[in-house]
Design a protein around this ligand. Structure first.
Ligand SMILES: Nc1ncnc2c1ncn2[C@@H]1O[C@H](COP(=O)(O)OP(=O)(O)OP(=O)(O)O)[C@@H](O)[C@H]1O
Ligand SMILES: [Mg+2]
Length: 467
């Protein structure tokens, strides 16, 4: 590890010499005899720790502090001060100084304060690089996930982005299809072009047709002006056809032709217009099956099914729940202007034990709501929506269970049964722990421990006294 780089600022020669002696060869020492010189050094290079006198002629310790912090917020600043100006030192700490040394000080104490400041600076750097890693490795654009299933999706999306081909995104509701489409666009060479999303189920056939392909002036009543469609609007960018399975059959025909010929005809106009768009389509339906029943055109299906990517359900990637929960906690705490340090273990247990029929969207809403109602420093199980708490359908379906190790299946089952039991028990005894413990055949203390472990609060079951 490189030596810590320390700047000592003092107008007294003996003070500078003292630090040279204390810090010895373990640190790389720079010195400045006055504030102006210190500001120049700080502008030229980043220091790990700055030790500065508070009262100096010219630029004082506050100016040095501000300069060091604006150069790098991670730099730690220590103030030296005489007894008379301890108030000022405290003020400096409020402005971001790490600590202060009151003159005259013991050399060992000074060494200790510098060493601690350096350690703190290094920890902050480490945390920042971890955060960066997390965001770099476990995210693609705004998609988050570290499970093998999601890492595989990231790989596919990156390939698709590089290839400029038609992509078909499938997956249940709330699995992130739209976000994936945006990620492809963002990673592709078209990123500076427009990303145009279209909800294919939103309009009746006639309107949808002119929406997508545009219309000529006078093409129909009300068409007082010629209008370009969304295909043309997406030129040199990406057109995202969301819910493509909802597209009326007559529009499917036109879409197929547009894709085949790479040109569109505005409604009421015979002149074709060349279009340069990349198409991404998404559906939660089984289009292949719908081609058999005639609801979706065969030819269009094959044209869209060039590079299919299936987004896994949240249950298929339960390992991602803690990461996603932390991600949404950070996102919404920020937007609510709140500081929450994380989720309690019990809250995480509730989240990982739920079936998530609405997938990531439902998880995000649950966390958002939790952030809004949370009163403590952490998000607790009680802050989560009630349907997660005693949810009977929440027991994991067999298809999911078979994917888990036996031990985890047992733990999951035991946790669920224990929790249901404790809730039922307290309900029966209206929150009276002594009676509940007698029925359960355990000591009161053991029952308290269990309640704590499973996040069940006896108070919640006590009859509310009239106020
Ligand atoms: N992997 C992920 N990481 C972070 N956020 C995600 C992820 N997947 C989905 N989301 C978030 O979940 C919500 C739903 O995602 P999105 O709208 O992309 O889903 P969808 O598959 O298009 O759903 P639907 O079929 O219902 O339209 C959005 O708020 C999105 O930001
Ligand atoms: Mg969607």
């Amino acid at each position: 590890m490189t030596r810590g780089r320390v700047l000592v600022v003092d107008d007294k020669e003996n003070m500078v010499r003292l630090f040279a002696k204390i810090l010895g060869d373990d640190y790389e020492l720079c010195t400045a005899a006055e504030g102006g010189r210190a500001l120049a050094l700080i502008a030229a290079q980043e220091f790990d720790v700055v030790v500065t006198d508070l009262k100096m002629p010219g630029a004082d310790g506050f100016a040095v502090l501000r300069a060091a912090k604006s150069r790098s917020p991670d730099t730690e600043v220590i103030m030296m001060t005489a007894y008379a100006s301890v108030q000022d030192a405290v003020l400096a700490m409020k402005q971001g100084a790490y600590d202060y040394l009151q003159k005259p000080f013991d050399p060992d104490a000074a060494l200790l304060v510098v060493a601690r400041a350096l350690e703190r600076k290094r920890l902050k750097e480490q945390a920042a690089s971890l955060r960066q890693q997390l965001h770099g490795v476990y995210a693609l654009h705004k998609l988050v996930g570290k499970s093998p299933a999601m890492q595989n999706v990231f790989r596919l999306l990156e390939q698709a982005a590089a290839l400029d081909i038609t992509v078909l995104l499938t997956g249940a509701t709330g699995t992130g299809k739209e976000l994936a489409a945006r990620a492809i666009h963002h990673q592709s060479s078209r990123r500076n072009g427009p990303f145009v999303p279209v909800n294919c189920g939103a309009l009746p056939a006639e309107l949808m047709e002119s929406e997508l392909f545009g219309h000529a002036r006078g093409a129909f009543t009300g068409a007082t002006q010629a209008k370009a469609g969304l295909f043309e609007a997406a030129a040199s960018g990406t057109l995202f056809l969301d819910e493509v399975g909802e597209l009326p059959l007559q529009v499917q025909v036109k879409l197929n032709r547009a894709l085949q010929e790479r040109e569109v005809r505005r409604v009421g106009d015979n002149e074709p217009v060349k279009v340069n768009v990349r198409l991404i389509a998404a559906t939660h339906r089984d289009l292949k099956a719908e081609t058999k029943t005639g609801q979706f055109r065969d030819d269009l299906y094959y044209r869209l099914h060039v590079f299919p990517v299936k987004l896994p359900t949240l249950l298929e990637r339960r390992d991602d729940i803690p990461l996603l929960a932390a991600h949404f906690l950070e996102k919404h705490a920020h937007s609510f202007g709140r500081t929450l340090t994380g989720l309690t273990p019990e809250a995480l247990r509730v989240l990982t034990g739920y079936a998530w029929p609405g997938n990531v969207r439902e998880l995000e809403h649950a966390i958002e709501r939790g952030v809004a109602v949370a009163s403590g420093p952490q998000l607790t199980a009680h802050d989560l929506p009630p349907e997660l708490q005693d949810n009977q359908e929440g027991s994991l379906p067999v298809e999911v269970l078979v994917k888990l190790p036996y031990r985890e299946v047992l733990t999951t089952a035991r946790d669920r049964v224990s929790r249901d039991y404790l809730v039922a028990l307290l309900r029966e005894f209206q929150g009276n722990v002594t009676h509940a413990a007698a029925r359960a055949g355990v000591e009161r203390e053991s029952l308290h421990r269990l309640l704590k472990r499973y996040g069940v609060r006896s108070d919640d079951f006590k009859p509310t006294s009239p106020t």
